[in-house]
Design a protein around this ligand. Sequence first.
Ligand SMILES: *Cc1c(COP(=O)(O)O)cnc(C)c1O
Length: 231
Amino acid sequence: MTQPSPEAPSLADRLAGIRQQIAEAAATAKRDPAVVTLVAVAKTFPAEAVAEALAAGQRHFGENRVQEGMAKYPPLRETHPDLVLHLIGPLQTNKVKQAVAHFDVIHTLDRESLAQELAKEFEKSGRRLPCFVQVNTGEEPQKAGCAPQEADAFIAACRALDLPVVGLMCIPPAEEEPAPHFALLNKIAKRNGLDQLSMGMSSDFETAVMLGATHVRVGSAIFGGRSYPAP
Ligand SMILES: *Cc1c(COP(=O)(O)O)cnc(C)c1O
């Protein structure tokens, strides 16, 4: 008699597990789990994987490259018009037009030149996407995001351009405790009257939820390990 091998959890199981963990972390922090949006980061995974997540009820997806988002989602939107696509990777000014046409939320507004291009394109296209200002909380020279000490002025500049800034986003340094970075982001958001926080990934989304995240960006814990590194 052979032992039945334990079944590997399906994508739907993994999604359900993460939603459960979000709910528990929110409960611990006495926060309403309904205010936390799970953004499933599908970068490097094919449209079939996104379709599987859609079938399991997932609606918010994240991509870090404009090109990949443009290629993958238009057919999926035809069957799921309520799909919401988040741009979570660096945005070059020459890709702004395509980004505004194909994405619904921008998480990586981090510099004046980009703010100006977005303002122009929102005006031209009539699409005004909610924007998160990315803050480089770890002040890592190679990382995108405005410096924490420049955040207040940059947020004010974005508002002066009439951009719909809804919150802040950060990616803590890989080798550090994420909690102080999440707490710093929360503090900068509060003093600027912003109530949305895009923070937390597969390894630290529960900590992020406890510290006020409204959007967690979870990739590998849903879709599995990526077979090639995303830039
Ligand atoms: C890839 C990526 C994620 C998801 O990372 P995982 O560790 O796979 O959950 C979140 N945020 C950004 C900005 C990313 O590029």
